[in-house]
Design a protein around this ligand. Structure first.
Ligand code: GTP
Ligand code: MG
Length: 202
């Protein structure tokens, strides 16, 4: 699929104010700084469509981007940002769970994990939450440019083994690098196929 247009639509802290259009959407979630916003820029071939930063906590709102005028990519704030208060964390959790529970247009979530790290409790718990809530998701390993191919293979394998302790089946997963544009075609193809499935069901 060719990405012909990618446009910012709106930022929100309230899921009820997100675009009303009933178009398939794909949301990026994961720890702060894992590379959610960078991945949106890589997938859309834009440098600064989504705002990125070396400091965690850059994305604070629900950001909708419309692609080819017929589906959305959604940039979300990161979880697990240590420097915020407990009250702020609770507020944030509510606002994220509201998004996942209310947004019926959500075709799939992408849970991003840094390929360099061992499986983290917070990510595994979030996947568990998506599973219980019957929200389809895929895993996107980020920052693959930081590791050699052997280490990538080993870490992905370890991650899958960890998941299989709790899951009967593995979710789809992708190895990516936003700086080297690794994994772009695979993610775009997954979105294209999912869009087609949704359109045939309508
Ligand atoms: P929050 O909005 O704070 O939750 O962060 P985020 O997940 O949106 O991360 P963001 O895209 O802002 O990237 C965080 C940092 O990681 C930035 O310094 C990026 O340049 C860097 N980064 C993102 N993706 C990659 C990648 O594939 N490779 C490398 N080497 N660095 C990356
Ligand atoms: Mg961000």
């Amino acid at each position: 699929m060719l990405i012909k247009t990618a446009e910012f639509v709106i930022s929100n802290s309230d899921v009820d104010k997100c675009p009303k259009d009933y178009l398939p959407e794909y949301a990026f979630i994961g720890r702060s700084n894992v590379g959610k916003s960078s991945l949106i820029n890589m997938l859309t071939n834009h440098k600064n469509l989504a705002k990125t930063s070396g400091r965690p906590g850059k994305t604070q709102l629900i950001n909708h981007f419309i692609i080819n005028k017929n589906w959305f990519l959604v940039d979300l704030p990161g979880y697990g940002y240590a420097k915020v208060s407990k009250t702020a964390k609770r507020k944030f959790q509510k606002f994220i769970t509201n998004y996942f529970e209310k947004r019926k247009q959500l075709a799939s979530a992408f849970v991003l994990v840094d390929i360099r790290h061992e499986p983290q409790k917070i990510d595994l718990e979030f996947m568990e939450y998506l599973g219980v809530s019957e929200i389809p998701f895929s895993i996107i390993f980020t920052k693959a440019d930081k590791l050699k191919p052997k280490a990538i293979e080993r870490n992905v394998e370890e991650y899958c083994q960890e998941l299989l302790k709790n899951w009967v089946e593995l979710p789809p997963y992708f190895v990516t690098s936003s700086s080297k544009a690794i994994g772009r075609d695979e993610v775009i193809q997954f979105i294209e196929e999912t869009n087609q499935q949704i359109n045939t069901m309508r």
